[in-house]
Design a protein around this ligand. Structure first.
Ligand SMILES: Nc1nc2c(ncn2[C@@H]2O[C@H](COP(=O)(O)OP(=O)(O)O)[C@@H](O)[C@H]2O)c(=O)[nH]1
Ligand SMILES: [Mg+2]
Length: 441
């Protein structure tokens, strides 16, 4: 099973714990160890992390507003983020020279095209330079890659240094990405070739390309390359095709180098700048858990067990809706909030539901204020006569009242969907969602 799926299950197990005692923590840590070892993470690193997690959770006093279990989830999330990358991999969007190095088949040529596309879609004009003269078809391959993503490829010259020199002289593009030759291992010959090429290029970035399937060996490779030729960062490719991606990322992180890009497929668009937070969030399917925890805090939303229970039972009234509107206003746009809620982020929600404007929400608040308590509890009784009265009382229009009622009905439908949805009503994530009083959205 792949790393992301197994890790997600471990998080679900935490959310499903009835008590967080020593035994429960031991079980979770064992589970995590199995997941990490399967991903080819170094044994010592696994042992170290296990001890750290145990120490942090046993006898811990959770911060205000979080239960011990929620704290456990958040702590493990933070630890995983740190484990899979000390830093976010930022590559500046500015004119620069990027040199790609690495062994045979690691994905240099493919990555050159992908990184070119990455710059291009961000408005910085790139070109590729074909400095691999070692393999016969290498230049033709790069040309093809360049055609695919619609960027120039410079090939003039016989030796790698000459090709680089010519490109540096001729190219008008803002970013130059230099492809280079690999070998089966980092031998003297390759080291010398890369050093010479580096002297000519004077690159701003030297990115070592490493395939994820080499797992923990990534550390040794990164250290060796760094010692012999110097690197500014790592590109981890082929994360899509292996269960060992976690091991490779963790190993790259301890080598001291920053992973700047990750390759997640063979297509030109399958490359992204690496953000460990986003990577872990996406893997465990929590949306941006961190962001939600922080936002919920700053918005001062207190857990409301009663309300949450009612919502989870599918009793969703205008009163709940009114409260939700209040929460939404505090937390920003509804779509932002939705993205961050466990169990909801992956759900199909009618698009219109998310595009409610601020001023509309305000209007709706006035409208609900103008309803009688009975109307709020059973909005179905609001027919033409009541619509007129409410419109007048709230200083809005009848069409605004009708629109709100329609929206409310749609919301109820979504509620019914979430009721049956996995991991939301009954699932282990429900509790966490409850904490935010947002379970009904
Ligand atoms: N699935 C997958 N395949 C990749 C990825 N990156 C590169 N490849 C494949 O790996 C093989 C070697 O890539 P190439 O760029 O020629 O490696 P190079 O020798 O370092 O230049 C090719 O078949 C690529 O299509 C990736 O992120 N995912
Ligand atoms: Mg190549």
């Amino acid at each position: 099973m792949d790393f992301g799926k197994s890790l997600k299950q471990t998080f679900r197990k935490i959310a499903g714990l009835s008590v967080v005692d020593r035994k429960a923590v031991e079980t979770i840590v064992k589970d995590l160890q199995r997941v990490l070892l399967q991903a080819d993470v170094d044994v010592e690193m696994v042992a170290e992390l296990s001890e750290k997690i145990k120490k942090k959770i046993l006898g811990a006093k959770p911060p205000a507003g979080l239960t011990l279990k929620e704290y456990f989830v958040k702590m493990l999330y933070d630890e995983m983020v740190g484990f899979l990358g000390a830093r976010k991999g930022e590559v500046a969007l500015k004119p620069q020279k990027v040199m790609l190095i690495g062994l045979f088949g690691s994905g240099k040529t493919t990555s050159a095209g992908k990184i070119g596309k990455w710059f291009k879609t961000r408005g910085v004009n790139p070109a590729l330079v074909a400095c691999d003269t070692h393999r016969a078809a290498a230049q033709a391959q790069l040309k093809q890659v360049g055609r695919k993503v619609g960027v120039n490829v410079y090939v003039k010259g016989r030796k790698p240094e000459d090709i680089a020199k010519n490109a540096l002289r001729d190219a008008k593009e803002e970013v130059l990405i230099f492809d280079s030759a690999g070998r089966d291992a980092l031998d003297k010959e390759l080291a010398r070739e890369l050093k010479n090429l580096g002297k000519v290029i004077k690159p701003d970035e030297v990115l070592l390309v490493i395939p994820a399937d080499i797992g923990q060996t990534a550390r040794k490779q990164a250290e060796e390359f760094n010692k012999l030729v110097g690197i500014t960062g790592i590109v981890v490719t082929k994360l899509d095709g292996t269960a060992r991606g976690g091991g490779a990322l963790a190993a790259a992180s301890v080598s001291g180098a920053t992973v700047k890009f990750i390759g997640t497929g063979e297509k030109p668009e399958d490359m992204e700048s690496y953000d460990p937070k986003r990577f872990v969030s996406r893997m465990i399917g929590y949306g941006d858990l961190q962001g939600l925890l922080e936002k919920a805090k700053s918005a001062g939303i207190e857990p409301d067990e009663d309300k949450a229970k009612r919502l989870l039972e599918g009793k969703f009234t205008m009163v709940d809706f009114q409260e939700q509107i209040g929460s939404m206003q505090k937390m920003g746009s509804l779509s932002k909030v939705m993205d961050m809620i466990p169990g909801v982020s992956g759900m199909k929600i009618p698009k219109g539901l998310l595009d409610v404007q601020e001023d509309k929400m305000k209007k709706w608040k006035y409208i609900i204020d103008s309803m009688t308590p009975k109307e709020r509890e059973t909005p179905e009784i609001i027919k033409a006569g009541r619509v007129k009265r409410i419109a007048r009382g709230s200083g809005t229009s009848e069409s605004a009242v009708r629109e709100l009622l329609k929206y409310y009905k749609q919301m109820q439908k979504v509620m019914k969907l979430t009721k049956g949805g996995k991991g939301f009503r009954r699932g282990p994530l429900a509790k966490l969602a409850k904490h935010f009083g947002l379970s009904g959205i």
